[in-house]
Design a binder for this molecule. Sequence first.
Ligand code: C5P
Length: 216
Amino acid sequence: MIITIDGPAGAGKSLAARQLAKNLGFRFLDTGAMYRAVTLAGLRQKINWENTGELAKIAANLSIRLSDARVLLEDEDVTAAIRTFEVTTLTRHAADNLGVRERLVELQRAFAEGKNLVTEGRDQATVVFPKAEVKIYLTASDEVRAQRRYKDLLARGERVTLPEVLKKQMERDRRDLQREIGGLRKAENSIEVCTDRLTADEVVAKLEQLVRAAEK
Ligand code: C5P
């Protein structure tokens, strides 16, 4: 069984998807982490971001492994390194790159092979797993999402301000929505869940309810 969870940054996808997978005994796939890992590799190799071929080539040859909680890039644990503000801002180069997208979609489908999976991203229901059994579209208001991201970055020791986070978030939303291939779209048969007034536990409980109902 495949469960897709798509939605904008800060809607609470990662936390909810990871916990949902745990509760169901399913594997978990964080596809945003893959775009971030490609970006980190590009950053380290000091590529020219305007040359799309360079990043696509890196993605084509890169070893990215995701265990349930860790991200390994060429066997190095980059779980924290891919979450910095710098990588977050630069990740649009990977997300906009068709060569990178093609490669990562391929890896995502290979990862899902023969597994029960909860997968999280922007295009999981629309592009990667159009036949998924349960499709969730997780949202929250701009302010709530920015607050969550801001707290998260502060906890990681980054020096950012809330208006700065909100501005970047709006830029990222615009890009995610406008991206022609793999952009953020609600699939026709997705169930929308707004997390504004829900605690993290309530979100997971709600999603679990939806999955159990689909299993019947
Ligand atoms: O979800 P997360 O914020 O970690 O994703 C990082 C970036 O990767 C997003 O801003 C989005 O542009 C991109 N992304 C994507 N397709 C996915 C997952 C993430 O384009 N399936």
